[in-house]
Design a protein around this ligand. Structure first.
Ligand code: NDP
Ligand code: 2IT
Length: 454
């Protein structure tokens, strides 16, 4: 990264002090804004049209946050109550767009960080999508299908008032997959008496797009291929660590395997599995069935494949490999893990999850000059195909698998070139975080300037 001048650093520090004061205890949101402003604020100060219009101040305040109660009945007939949110962060360049997360640790801070980052990720895709995120502290783990259904239906009673194909289009995220989208869309359609593209990630038989399920994981791999190609290198023959065993991790692993990579690990919140022989297509299909159908734990993999080992309550970053793909959750690579990865000779880290690396971990990767693909750029494939699902819904057509996959590949290439445009330094090294942040910022900021003071 270019050195930041002292006066710029003072301004960044003061700005972030204000963010912390105005948004007390929202630590994840503070972290996301700090990371963004470290690269964008110097750029904004060098381009007075942005600084004079206080674009950064305006951009870090969500358009609105809707908070609501969700009451539902469990299988024992007891009344349960959860809290849910929709953070509509910015519709500067298109209707609000972003996933819904169901996880017990969901908070306003987490959804604000996600909605903030989504605004710039969506800008990078080149599609007309604003940024949003929503979800609930509901924990789908251990719940029956009927309990999940009743919760989704209760949530949609309120959420349906705030969404729509031209207003706000939710999708999936942690804890919200095919089952949940079915229940959510079924209830939306019922309440509104409208069948349209107000949610994405729908089932293929009811308006979903081919490749949406695979898109985030595949997109991370396409992005990594561009990073490596610039160094006249490729994925073939390399080893990889993947964390998570959900939507993003499984399809990231699938594409890596098909590109000739030996995938060594997967994980869930109970620990990780290390298979020194590599997870091949058959083993991956077994895990897909385990996680998506039986809703089991990755530990069962080590019972099925005795050469593999399960490490309870640990993350995979101490295993030696060439590539790392954090695809589980935020802040899953801390300082110690980043140091360990570098010591073991990692050459590329691409973020499938949102903000999986802590600020210190990112600094370590940057200092070591490894290839680092930040989440805003690397995992934008999922929302890109969501955008393509909206397009198909709007014209009432369903594109072929190849057509959607080709468009996804073109979008990931376009995102890579924008990172290069804004992130290249004098040594011809790309700082992908800086590039992604500034490219996303410019697009949203220019729209805001065009609207005047709103
Ligand atoms: P899933 O719910 O399908 O899978 C999440 C995986 O991560 C599970 O294996 C889960 O384990 C693990 N996990 C979740 N929370 C934690 C935690 N606190 N600690 C350790 N492990 C955890 O979600 P997705 O695959 O959809 O999402 C994964 C990441 O990718 C998230 O950061 C999400 O925001 C991001 N993302 C998702 C996109 C999408 O299209 N789905 C698009 C772009 C980014 P367990 O089952 O034990 O909870
Ligand atoms: O973080 C993300 O980009 C997502 N969860 C996907 C959002 C979407 O609207 O498809």
């Amino acid at each position: 990264m270019e050195p930041t001048s002292n006066s710029h650093q003072d301004k960044i520090d003061r700005f972030n002090e204000g963010i912390r004061e105005r948004n007390p205890a929202e630590y994840e949101f503070h972290q996301a804004v700090q990371e963004f402003t470290e690269s964008v604020m110097p750029f904004s100060l060098e381009h007075p049209k942005y600084a004079d219009s206080h674009i950064l101040e305006r951009m870090t305040e969500p358009d609105r946050i809707i908070i609501f109660r969700v009451c539902w009945e469990n299988d024992e007939g007891q009344v349960c109550c959860n809290r849910a949110w929709r953070v509509q962060f910015s519709n500067a360049i298109g209707p609000y767009k972003g996933g819904l997360r169901f996880h017990p640790n969901v908070s306003q801070s987490i959804l604000k960080f996600l909605g903030f980052e989504q605004s710039f990720k969506n800008a990078l895709t080149g599609l007309p999508m604003g940024g949003a995120k929503g979800g609930s502290n509901f924990d789908p783990k251990g719940k029956s299908d009927r309990e999940v259904m009743r919760f989704c239906q209760a949530l949609m009673v309120e959420l349906s008032r705030h969404i729509g194909e031209d207003t706000d289009i939710p999708a999936g995220d942690i804890g919200v997959g095919a089952r949940e989208m079915g229940y959510l869309f079924g209830q939306y359609k019922h309440l509104q008496n409208r069948f349209n593209g107000s949610l994405t990630g729908k089932g293929i038989t009811f308006g979903g797009s081919l490749v949406r399920t695979e898109a985030t994981g595949y997109g991370v791999v396409y992005f990594s291929q561009h990073m490596l190609a610039r160094q006249v290198d490729s994925l073939k023959g390399k080893t990889a660590l993947v964390s998570g065993a959900g939507n993003v991790a499984l399809y990231c692993a699938e594409k890596l395997i098909s590109e000739g990579v030996k995938v060594l690990t997967l994980s869930d919140s109970s620990g990780f599995i290390h298979d020194p022989d590599g997870i091949d297509v058959n083993k991956l299909n077994w895990i897909k069935h385990l996680k998506l159908m039986r809703r089991g734990r990755v530990s069962e993999y080590a019972e099925q494949y005795p050469n593999a080992h399960f490490y309870p309550d640990q993350r995979p970053w101490a295993i030696a490999a060439d590539l790392a793909f954090p695809c589980a959750t935020q802040n899953e690579i801390d300082e110690a893990s980043a140091n360990q990865l570098i010591e073991n000779g990692i050459m590329l880290v691409a973020e499938g999850a949102n903000m999986p690396s802590t600020p210190t971990a990112i600094r370590i990767f940057r200092d070591a000059k490894i290839l680092f693909g930040p989440s805003k750029a690397a995992n934008a494939g999922g929302v890109s195909v969501s955008g393509l699902e909206q397009s198909q819904n709007a014209v009432r057509l369903a594109w072929t698998r190849d057509e959607v996959d080709l468009r996804l590949q073109q979008i990931m290439k376009h995102i890579h070139s924008q990172c290069e445009q804004y992130g290249l330094d004098q040594n011809q090294h790309i700082d992908y975080s800086r590039g992604a942040n500034i490219a996303g910022f410019v697009k949203v900021a220019d729209a805001m300037l065009a609207y005047g003071i709103t």
